[in-house]
Write a protein that binds this ligand. Structure first.
Ligand SMILES: [Zn+2]
Length: 270
């Protein structure tokens, strides 16, 4: 087997393993943001009377306390996403460099420079503007704001109906469960972007990588940007081959699971 095909096999396995890591990262983020349920339970306990309900007269005041709850959700979400992005970059960089050492005898970058590279990837991902014109922190604000709005609706209705605090806690859980798909989407988008950006940054700093080949994501949808890019022959190097500075391959679209493999210098493609 040529070094190129060995490297392809290693990169494909690495991308698959990253998919498993990303699934764990989604559960982690859901659990972290869900910590807010404990804070809400404490808050409801503070407001409840002896019979386990909350008086209507205290409704407005309780809803104002959701400001604090929203801030906590944002903090939990930001801390979780930051660690997920850094972990994804580190996972990609170390796997790529180990794979290159074992196939072509030299890593993309010296191991002493890996930490710097992963930090650069992190900075890129958190400052990146998506097609929606938002950066990561805006998306976390929007997510926390949406959850707060839902919580506020549910608690208002429950208090007016005279529901018990334990029924309210169950309803708070439902709100969280209904919003988890948004957390998943965020983790898939940002984690995979960190993974692809790290792949590109390593290529950029290597002397033997000529291009990056994009493999469309699992969704396999014809009009997804990753599929379109995988068919484009921009440089006459073959379909789907791009240069490390082509930032459109870092994040083709939200929720994208596409990945990149290296085209080594001197290799003829397909
Ligand atoms: Zn895609």
């Amino acid at each position: 087997m040529s070094a190129q095909s060995e490297l392809n096999a290693i990169f494909e396995k690495l991308a698959k393993d990253y998919g498993k890591l990303n699934a764990k990262q989604q559960e982690f983020a859901i659990k972290e943001v869900g910590r807010v349920r404990g804070d809400i339970a404490d808050l409801l306990a503070d407001y409840s009377t002896k019979d386990g309900t909350i008086k209507r007269q205290r409704l407005s005041r309780l809803l104002r306390e959701l400001d604090e709850v929203e801030t906590l959700m944002r903090n939990y979400g930001t801390t979780a996403l930051d660690s997920i992005i850094y972990e994804s970059a580190t996972f990609a960089s170390s796997g790529i460099n180990a794979g290159m050492v074992s196939t072509v005898g030299v890593g993309a970058v010296a191991s002493a420079q890996l930490e710097r590279l992963n930090k650069d990837v992190f900075e890129y991902v958190i400052k990146r503007y998506g097609d929606d014109g938002l950066v990561l922190s805006d998306r976390i604000w929007r997510l926390s704001g949406d959850m707060r709005d839902e919580l506020s609706k549910v608690l208002r209705a429950d208090i007016i109906r005279g529901e018990s605090v334990s029924a309210m806690i169950a309803n708070v859980r439902k709100v969280h469960d209904n919003e988890t798909w948004k957390i998943r989407r965020l983790v898939v988008t940002e984690g995979n972007t960190a993974y692809r950006t790290a792949t590109s940054y390593n290529a950029k700093r290597s002397d033997i990588v000529k291009g990056l080949l994009i493999h469309r994501g699992k969704a396999n949808v014809a009009n997804h940007q990753c599929t379109i890019l995988s068919k484009e022959d921009r440089y006459g190097l073959g379909a789907g081959v791009f240069k490390p500075n082509d930032t459109e391959i870092y994040s083709p679209h939200p929720n994208c699971t596409s990945f990149l493999t290296y085209v080594l210098d001197g290799e003829v493609l397909r």
